[in-house]
Design a protein around this ligand. Sequence first.
Ligand SMILES: [Zn+2]
Ligand SMILES: [Zn+2]
Ligand SMILES: [Zn+2]
Ligand SMILES: [Zn+2]
Length: 356
Amino acid sequence: MNKKMSINLQKCFDSLTCNAIDFLEKSVTELDNSPKYSVIHFCSAIELFFKARLLVEHWSLIFKKPENAQLSKFKAGDFNSVSMDEAINRLKNISGEKIENKAEQCFKIVRNHRNQLIHFFNEKYIVKPDNATLDEVIPEQYAAWFYLHSLLISKWQPIFKDYLEKIEKLNHLMQRHKKYLSAKHEEMKPAILNDKTNGIQYEKCYFCNFDAAKVDGSYDPLFSCTCRICNMRSNFLVIACPKCETDIKVEDLGLGECQKCGFVSDINFLLQELAPDEDPKEESLRAYCSNCEYSAEPTAIPFGDSYLCLNCLELLDEHGHCGYCNDLIAGSGYNLESSYCCGCVMCEGSLAQDRS
Ligand SMILES: [Zn+2]
Ligand SMILES: [Zn+2]
Ligand SMILES: [Zn+2]
Ligand SMILES: [Zn+2]
């Protein structure tokens, strides 16, 4: 990246990233006494990380309207910049970034909360927060950081490599949120235990790891749960081990291990077990998933009225053929109409073709 960027762009990237880190640090310290500013600054930090990432793609992409972008305005900092929604869309559509639905939802919760506090005065948010307020802020920040941090240290690692040490320090700071969640878990243990004795099932939460994800939906073999600690929702599959018939829990990527005999499931095993039998002469019903964008093979299978992706375990309520490559695609909130121009999981669409 460094070689590709001219000196000024590198400076701009550094300044966006330093600002993002500064806002996030600020947000953590503000939580104790002024939750309103914690929410606002936390959201700014996320947006700044997105902008830094977009800048690496092209400087005009951090303009609200890239078509009106001018280098002189960019240098002077004189422009309206991209919103969080637009930034996420550009990362997905232009940079080909995979930002899964759950992550996008978490970022949008933070953004909505920020907007609410900016437009409507809420006195609970200007004083030392009570437990109910902390209970709103901490889980949403914890979840958004969970996703942002994993982007920063994995897919975006080459881009933010000079900042990894600082990012780890931030992660350490954010552990305060974890401590809060841990105290909340201690408090909730008796209620959870009581539920369990009444036959309500709890699982370990995929996000916060506490044994507090209440199973609240089942469409055999798919189960969904909501964590009573971090409020996150997640899905899992239960499938019988082919060797010893013990139940195996699968959370994502098809991965799960039999606790009795050690058999390990993978995506191929799940497809073999759960995908409909098909006549090779007929068109396949299996679709590519636009949520996780797994492209090695179609991982979404018909499931009730919708589709279920066996890789990311999301239920996908829409499906149809890509207008450009004709592959069958399933997704949620997925805009098939634009697929001819913008492409799908499997193709880049006509616009990319025109550019080349
Ligand atoms: Zn949780
Ligand atoms: Zn087994
Ligand atoms: Zn998927
Ligand atoms: Zn396509």
